[in-house]
Ligand binder design. Sequence first.
Ligand code: AMP
Ligand code: TRP
Length: 332
Amino acid sequence: MKTIVSGIQPTGELNIGTYLGSIRNFVALQKSHPDHHFFLFIADTHALTVPQDPVQLRKAIKSLAAMYVACGINLEQTSLFVQSEITAHQEMDVLLQSFAYMGELERMTQYKDKAQKQTEGIRASLFTYPVLMAGDILLYDAEYVPVGDDQKQHLELTRTIAERVNHQVGDFFTVPKPLIPELTARVMSLQNPDQKMSKSDPNVKSKILLTDSEAIIKKRIRSAVTDSDGIIEYNPASKKGLSNLIQIYAALEETTPEQVVETFKEANYQTFKEALGEIIATHLAPIQARYERLMNSNELTEILDRGKADAETLAIKKVQRFKKKLGLGFKR
Ligand code: AMP
Ligand code: TRP
């Protein structure tokens, strides 16, 4: 069975950066890869790398599960589950700790960035996070992993770990390939186009949440930072703010930035922004309606139980076989 794996941390509310960088790609892949099975999970253990409020975390897990389904994943083709409910993820993490080197983990830019922002109490789990992530992927022998640009380095480390294991014990793990969207690998903040749009940014004006109302969406786009030359042009180097908006437009309309520029070349920024606000709101409306319905029904329980059961069967077998390969245990 060919597989595709991806996960998102249940920290903060989802925004269109996560949507365009990850979820939407995942949904598109299901259509283009009907012969693959998809393992999609809520990476709740990863969330513990920084302090969390338990009540908020529980809520965020449910909300993320609902949003995945609302965004249109095909449940026939997907096992959707919560990472911490399958303890094989933790076991694989521990086993793979012996196949990752300190120097490799020290080079991870996400770790360096996050550690720099904290002065005390940097958790060991923040440092070893990429090993847990490698386990998530290798457990299911993923062929592809759809992620945004910020996860590219973690994917490279996953490949290194897989190759190291394969070298030592013989062909055992599939070496996964990242699938990073061309146009929306890094959706930028609406207020500071030098930074990515981030769930952790406290500035509400920097992002559009998937649950934002039409009025808020339009307001956020209107106040997005652009430039003062007034010319609709696509140039991510010199016109970062405007180009980010053009990319969002092109991704949602499934067209190219050049085509968007062609359509709006006579327009001013305000007209373009109104049109963009409109298409984002139109795109999100059916997702929001499905999300509300799921949040207010029991459907998710059944979906997550089924996803867990399917994924767990595979995951347990893989861990058992790995332990045996490594010479662990006595009888089995
Ligand atoms: P996170 O929200 O950090 O758990 O990320 C979930 C997924 O969304 C990962 O694949 C990220 O690479 C992707 N992602 C998050 N923020 C963005 C962004 N601003 N642009 C593109 N992809 C993103
Ligand atoms: N680290 C990813 C993020 O922060 C989430 C994640 C955890 C993940 N395990 C994964 C993504 C496995 C893809 C595959 O975005």
